[in-house]
Write a protein that binds this ligand. Structure first.
Ligand SMILES: Nc1ncnc2c1ncn2[C@@H]1O[C@H](COP(=O)(O)OP(=O)(O)OP(=O)(O)O)[C@@H](O)[C@H]1O
Ligand SMILES: [Mg+2]
Length: 266
């Protein structure tokens, strides 16, 4: 694998060590290793079917690895459930932007928050605690909706939102738990340029104000080059290049696997 110089800290927030998974005869992720430094923005690019979403499924705990190890903030996360990974501060958005269509937009966000006092006996017996929790969660959700320009849809069913608006809602949902790391799976795909600008603004604000580490899967190279401090290139389940954004353009392996056809098309 070709690698240009990207600063690596002694204690990365995410450390992926030689992970693989197979489903029947398909092996979407084959011995992938990388680590991510805190408060950085890294993009993953690669052809369709390269294994990018599969990699996110493994990191987020949606699928279990066959071999290897994954550490988040120094702790192993490869054997725990997806909800436990999220509880530790590592959340993801979905390529298809999952929303619950029959809940309102604001309820979709409220659902994301764990620790509802109604979930345990103490809370069950304390309606006022439940009410306080609901009020504060609703307030937080409304702020999130404001941030992405969706507050006017707060009480509409999420099913009425357009594809692009669902992506904004999915991002807000991920942010409801105040994560320290967010995995974004093609958040800009199929979103109109105005909403892409909106999403980029939201991300830029988050980077300025909070300390969130981002890992983005994205096909649009202009966006990737503008936003990323580092680019990882996957093809056929493996990392074929990893480095500073500019270095990717000159990498022969990347040109063959990914950029070649795009350059010709340009
Ligand atoms: N649960 C599964 N069962 C069987 N095959 C799977 C499963 N998950 C992923 N795959 C296969 O793994 C390969 C990689 O798919 P993946 O969705 O990770 O690619 P991708 O890089 O995200 O592509 P795209 O850019 O099109 O989103 C594909 O051939 C896919 O069919
Ligand atoms: Mg994908």
């Amino acid at each position: 694998m070709e690698q240009s110089t990207v600063k690596q800290s002694a204690a990365p927030i995410l450390d992926v060590r030689d992970i693989s998974v197979s489903f029947g005869g398909v092996k979407p992720v084959r011995g992938v290793s990388f680590s991510i430094e805190k408060n950085t923005f890294t993009s993953i690019i690669g052809p369709n079917g390269a294994g990018k979403t599969s990699l996110f499924n493994l990191i987020s705990g949606a699928n279990k690895i066959d071999s290897g190890e994954i550490y988040f903030k120094g702790d192993p996360i490869h054997s725990i459930h997806a909800y436990q990974v999220a509880q530790r501060g590592l959340v993801r958005t979905f390529q298809g932007a999952k929303v619950i269509r029959r809940l309102t937009v604001v309820e979709n966000l409220m659902m994301a928050v764990q620790g509802n006092p109604g979930d345990n006996l103490w809370g069950f017996l304390n309606p006022s605690a439940r009410k306080r929790f609901e009020i504060s969660t609703r307030e937080e959700a409304m702020l999130r909706l404001e941030q992405v320009g969706l507050s006017k849809f707060a009480n509409d069913f999420a099913g009425i939102l357009s594809g692009g608006q669902r992506k904004l809602l999915d991002l807000s949902r991920a942010l409801m738990t105040s994560p320290s790391m967010v995995l974004l799976d093609e958040p800009f795909a199929g979103v109109n340029p105005t909403l892409v600008e909106k999403l980029l603004e939201v991300i830029a604000d988050l980077r300025k104000n909070n300390e969130i580490t981002f890992l983005l899967i994205e096909h649009d190279l202009e966006t990737v080059m503008n936003i990323s401090e580092r680019v990882i290139v996957m093809a056929e389940g493996k990392i074929i290049a990893d480095g500073l954004p500019n270095s990717i353009y000159d990498n022969e392996l990347v040109i063959d696997a990914y950029l070649g056809s795009r350059r010709k098309g340009a």
